[in-house]
Design a binder for this molecule. Structure first.
Ligand SMILES: [Zn+2]
Length: 330
């Protein structure tokens, strides 16, 4: 339920819009492209980032049929002018919908929306629904604003109404500029970002206001589950700071949202399963990026888990999160 894809060709948005550092691709040698952010090198990607048929054959090596695809978070463009972000979002959503329609047994799509402008975001949610996309991927914060902010309420309301799932992906990592060395934004910042998103949504009472929204948090919920004892203790010992918008204990929300299994650690996954229940843990890979699980959950098959637990992780949880059924892929 967690893979990233990008179109092989992107418009030159920086030139078109006349500002900013939008991503473009330089295909400098066969099978490889440089993602450029304005004039700056961001990262090198390979053909498996844009070639849907190559991705299907890659997945077949690990007996996996379906990929839930979404864009790469650097494409969110939340800091752009809202209408420009809408244009970028529509381009990316059309591309994802096209792949899902061409290979309906292999791909399910999540869109992206201009979160900085709820009105435009809702408009695009309505449009993407007609394209057949099943949900959206959004950032763990929106231009440093936390997800409990009232400006996002119309987006949660629309996802409920349109039956669209939500995947929260870490990005725009807190403290990034103070810890560039050793890849710390990815290793330390990302897990913290995901916990930031979950805590903001819980303490802000969003899961109470919009109980039908189906949230899924990347990377096994980041540091949230590992620190639930501390989060709960904080809620109990300083309710004046923590319980100001929602009186419900954060532990009560375990098992009420989805998360993926990307732990790279069997014992950690056992703990995640204990906290969440197997019906809320999905097979995620973060394919095709090297920090992901590029053996697509192979370690799970060696954990001696009950067959029903493995089946939950490998398909049932994701199907329920997307409100789809196995028959959709047979
Ligand atoms: Zn990812």
């Amino acid at each position: 339920m967690h893979t990233h894809i990008i179109p092989e060709k992107l418009p030159r948005w920086t030139e078109q819009f006349g500002y900013g550092n939008f991503i473009h691709l330089e295909h400098h040698r066969p099978g490889f492209a440089r993602m450029m952010q304005g004039g700056r090198f961001f990262r090198e990607i390979e053909q498996n980032c844009w070639d849907p048929e190559l991705r299907i054959s890659d997945y077949q090596k690990f007996d996996t049929q379906v990929q839930v695809i979404c864009t790469i978070p650097v494409m969110f463009s939340y800091d752009a002018k809202p209408l420009d972000c809408l244009e970028v979002s529509m381009f990316l959503n059309d591309h994802i919908a096209e792949i899902c329609n061409k290979y309906p047994k292999n791909y399910v799509g999540l869109g992206t929306v201009p979160m900085q402008d709820a009105e435009l975001a809702v408009k695009e949610l309505e449009r993407m629904k007609t394209l057949g996309l099943k949900g959206i991927q959004i950032g763990s914060n929106i231009n440093d604003k936390n997800l409990n902010e009232p400006q996002f309420y119309p987006i949660w309301e629309a996802c409920e109404r349109l039956d669209l799932a939500i995947m929260i992906h870490p990005w725009n990592m807190m403290g990034k500029s103070q810890m560039e060395k050793y890849w710390l934004p990815w290793l330390v910042g990302m897990p913290a970002e995901t916990s930031r998103a979950i805590c903001s949504l819980i303490f802000g009472g969003i899961l109470e206001k919009y109980p039908k929204v189906r949230f899924n948090f990347s990377h096994a919920s980041g540091s949230f589950l590992a620190t639930i004892g501390r989060v709960e203790h904080g809620f109990n010992c300083r309710p004046d700071l923590v319980a100001i918008d929602n009186p419900i204990n954060p532990r009560d929300y375990l098992g009420k949202f989805w998360t993926d299994c990307i732990t790279h650690d069997a014992r950690m996954l056992e703990y995640v399963l204990e906290m969440q229940g197997s019906k809320k843990v999905c097979l995620g890979s973060d394919y095709p990026f090297p920090l992901g699980d590029l053996e697509i959950g192979h370690f799970i098959t060696e954990m001696n888990l009950p067959e029903s637990t493995v089946e939950d992780i490998f398909c049932n949880s994701t199907l329920e999160w997307l409100n789809m059924s196995k028959e959709d892929f047979l």
